[in-house]
Design a protein around this ligand. Structure first.
Ligand SMILES: Cc1cc2nc3c(=O)[nH]c(=O)nc-3n(C[C@H](O)[C@H](O)[C@H](O)COP(=O)(O)OP(=O)(O)OC[C@H]3O[C@@H](n4cnc5c(N)ncnc54)[C@H](O)[C@@H]3O)c2cc1C
Length: 502
């Protein structure tokens, strides 16, 4: 067993969006921080979301004004911070006479427009479907609807951007490293870590621990930290998405109401596809084994078929994914009605060092949640002078004015970069693409070509700078290349990864 000499101010358990955001904020305030993630970064809930940065129009029906206001404010803060991986997205809500009445939707949108200040997102409006791109793919009975704006986010890349920034601000990052035991040693925590790739154990010490284990928040508390009380609980609710070939032209998303009062989104995805989701199914069991069920696929196809002329069957599903929401249990029976708000809780036993547990939270609110968590850590660590800093900050690669301008700048210096590759790199890495290019003067300098414009320099970058360890990390979380590449190219990357040493 290796004993690490360093004493950390904060040990963060969990490399999802909340753990990553907390590690980044803490490191930026000068706290000596270690983040451990049992598998790949964002390998759980934080890569399985609908990927929208939103206030949550439907939460207004449950009078969640605090959450909606905070999330609406965060929309603009986040969109500014990482324009490569997040961008505004127009949502069209078709009006269907049998469902929520128009006056009711208008009131909801009025609140949505006005609960928080909007700087660059437009206000909602009524739209006609007659002879418009909005109406074209929809069934003839649908004549009009409403338009409003939220944001799109590459969820797993958002996590990685946070972790890169945490590292650059001094945090230590250990992916594929689980915390398997947590013991008190006087007024500090002693944590036993296990490298899940080669089973090497080590001990680290920390003054405070943050339990950002998402769906495993209670498992960690009782099974690893041996705590005997818990003030809050999570309700695990599965949500699944399906991906089909592009359902319609245009860059807008649809928000579809269903008879059961739930809503389902259809969102343009990865150029040639449409993302459809989600479901809400109460979940029991191990969240790492979550899978889509046949009836969820049928449900999602049915909702789409109610609205679109093109009729879907399960055979149209090209890909799918599922995740488990770790929702703050507020006693609601119906899975859709459980609050999407969050709570931070000191959950250590009497006389133990601080242990902060995170219950609930959304991708959209991760920055604000992290700020509040680190405020509390600073308080117990006696670092009152440390000020919040993330609101005005930019995430790695997000320091550019517009994608078009960045494209022109890069193209003028590196005319040999293929158009598709450059567009993809700008959307994934922003200005960090210069690190991938490095000293390359011609395309051959990017190293081995695996096929379809994927070069060794990019894979090396994901391993070296973005903590990717496996082919799956590369194809499905650092990128969505898994959806686009041929089997031959994927195999070439997998063969290369067998020889990569970290
Ligand atoms: C279907 C679905 C759709 C959603 N859509 C949206 C959306 O559109 N917009 C939005 O804002 N939010 C959305 N959400 C919510 C959002 O995805 C989650 O709230 C968020 O990802 C939770 O992040 P987390 O960091 O708390 O948990 P996770 O991402 O699950 O991270 C927890 C991590 O802790 C690790 N871990 C657990 N135990 C240990 C241990 N002992 N040692 C080390 N590591 C450990 C796990 O491996 C895991 O990676 C959606 C969620 C789902 C499921």
């Amino acid at each position: 067993m290796i004993m690490v000499d360093d004493l950390y101010d904060v040990l963060v358990i969990g490399g999802g969006v909340n753990g990553a955001g907390i590690a980044r904020d803490a490191a930026g305030r000068g706290l000596k921080t270690l983040l451990v993630e049992g598998r790949d970064l964002a390998s759980s809930t934080s890569s399985a979301s609908t990927k929208i940065i939103h206030g949550g129009l439907r939460y207004l029906e449950y009078f969640e004004f605090r959450l909606v206001r905070e999330a609406l404010r965060e929309r603009e803060v986040l969109l500014k911070s990482a324009p490569h991986i997040m961008w505004p997205l127009e949502f069209i809500l078709p009006h269907d006479k049998h469902l929520r009445p128009a006056w009711f939707i208008r009131i909801g949108l009025f609140f949505y427009d006005n609960l928080a200040k909007r700087i660059f997102l437009p206000a909602s409006k009524t739209v006609s479907f007659k002879n418009t791109v909005y109406g074209k793919p929809l069934r003839d009975r649908l004549k009009k609807g409403f338009s409003y704006a939220d944001g799109w986010v590459e969820d797993s890349r958002l996590v990685v951007m946070n972790v890169i920034d945490a590292k650059e601000k001094g945090a230590d990052i250990l992916p594929y490293t689980a915390c398997v035991a947590l013991k008190q040693d006087g007024d500090i925590w002693e944590a036993e870590l296990k490298d899940t790739l080669n089973a090497r154990p080590q001990i680290v010490r920390a003054k405070t621990v943050v339990n950002a284990a998402g769906p495993w928040v209670s498992t960690f508390l009782h099974g690893v930290a041996r705590q005997n009380k818990e003030h809050h609980h999570v309700k695990l609710v599965k949500g699944s998405h399906i991906i089909v070939s592009k359902l319609y032209q245009g860059e807008h998303a649809y928000i579809l109401q269903h008879h059961d009062k739930r809503i389902v989104f259809t969102i343009p995805y990865e150029g040639n596809y449409t993302l459809i989701g989600t479901t809400d199914v109460a979940f029991e069991g191990d969240p790492s084994h979550v899978q889509i069920e046949e009836d969820e696929i049928l449900y999602l196809c049915d909702v789409v078929n109610e609205y679109f002329k093109r009729q879907l069957t399960p055979r149209d599903v090209v890909s799918h994914y599922s995740g488990v929401r770790p929702l703050l249990d507020d006693g609601a029976e119906n899975a859709s009605a459980v609050t999407r708000d969050y709570k931070l809780d000191w959950s250590q036993n009497e006389g133990q060092p601080p242990l902060l547990s995170i219950y609930g939270g959304k991708i959209t609110t991760h920055r604000k949640l992290s700020e509040q968590a680190v405020d509390r850590l600073c308080e117990v660590l006696g670092r009152d002078a440390s000020l919040p800093w993330t609101k005005q900050s930019v995430l790695p690669g997000g320091d550019f004015e517009s994608k078009d301008k960045l494209y022109e700048q890069v193209k003028s210096v590196y005319p040999w970069l293929h158009k598709n590759m450059l567009e993809r790199w700008i959307t994934a890495y922003g200005t960090r693409l210069y690190t991938i290019i490095g000293a390359a003067k011609v395309i051959k300098d990017l190293g081995q070509h695996f096929g379809e414009h994927v070069y060794q320099a990019e894979i090396d970058y994901m391993v070296r700078e973005e903590f990717a360890r496996s082919t799956e990390d590369i194809l499905w979380r650092r990128s969505k290349l898994g959806l686009h590449l041929s089997d031959k190219t994927k195999q070439a990357i997998a063969d290369y990864m067998k020889h990569v040493r970290v």
